[in-house]
Design a protein around this ligand. Structure first.
Ligand SMILES: [Zn+2]
Length: 239
């Protein structure tokens, strides 16, 4: 089982850990704790390096499997022994761009729900670019600038983000969470991590975010697409 350090500290760039096991067939290492985000909820996994046994290995991918996070090293890497110490460093520039982008998408989501009542059905991102799908029948080209202006007004409000890990029953009593389809969470999950942009948006979310909307930068709504009469996709860039 890997302790997920990024869940409580998304600004952690370097960490010490112990190798729990290795998967030589796949060239992967499982650590007792990690700051590497393993991907999920539309946010890609982190990249970076692991230093182990006097050598440095590139982490080309991280992935969650059950309770473990697997760190995939380059093909042909000679893996160290279980029980050995490891030191991890994230590709921080990329991760921080993803944090800004992920928070920008939550600002978009909160703004579009407040102003138009449209709910999110999905999303995806890469550093400084993202898209979000809404049930948003009224979306049309004329709204692009209105939405962009509203999103940037919210960012300029210097809103704090609050991360909480709540017992399932408590989380299920928050009306805003029910709106964002918390009921899709698997039965077995006992705790729900919530990400709140104070005064704007509250979601069940496992991703990494900035502390304050002032760190996001400026958002441009670059495009939108109809995916049918009701479903619309909005594309943003963060600059
Ligand atoms: Zn999210």
């Amino acid at each position: 089982m890997t302790e997920l350090l990024y869940q409580t500290d998304s600004y952690l760039k370097e960490f010490e850990a112990v190798i729990q096991r290795t998967d030589s067939e796949r060239g992967a290492v499982v650590l007792d704790r990690t700051a590497f985000y393993p991907g999920g909820g539309g946010q890609p996994c982190d990249l970076g390096v692991l230093r182990m046994g006097g050598s440095e290995f590139r982490v080309e991918k991280a992935k969650k499997e059950g309770e473990d996070v697997l760190h995939f090293l380059p093909v042909g890497s000679v893996l160290p022994e279980s029980g050995a110490a490891a030191q991890g460093s994230l590709d921080w520039e990329r991760r921080y761009q993803l944090m800004r982008t992920h928070t920008a998408l939550h600002v978009l989501c909160g703004t579009v729900f407040r102003d138009y009542g449209a709910q999110v059905t999905g999303g995806d991102m890469e550093p400084l670019k993202g898209r979000m799908d809404f049930e948003f029948e009224r979306m049309q080209a004329g709204l692009v600038h209105e939405i962009e202006a509203a999103v940037n007004r919210e960012i300029a409000q210097v809103r704090s983000l609050k991360i909480q890990i709540l017992p399932r029953e408590q989380a299920f009593q928050i009306p805003d969470l029910i709106r964002t389809k918390i009921n899709l969470l698997p039965e077995g999950i006992q705790f729900v991590r919530t990400v709140e942009i104070e005064g704007l948006d509250l979601q069940a979310d496992g991703g990494t975010h900035v502390r304050n909307t002032s760190e996001v930068g400026r958002v441009r709504v670059v495009d939108y697409k109809s995916k049918g009469a009701i479903n619309k996709r909005i594309y943003i860039e963060v600059v």
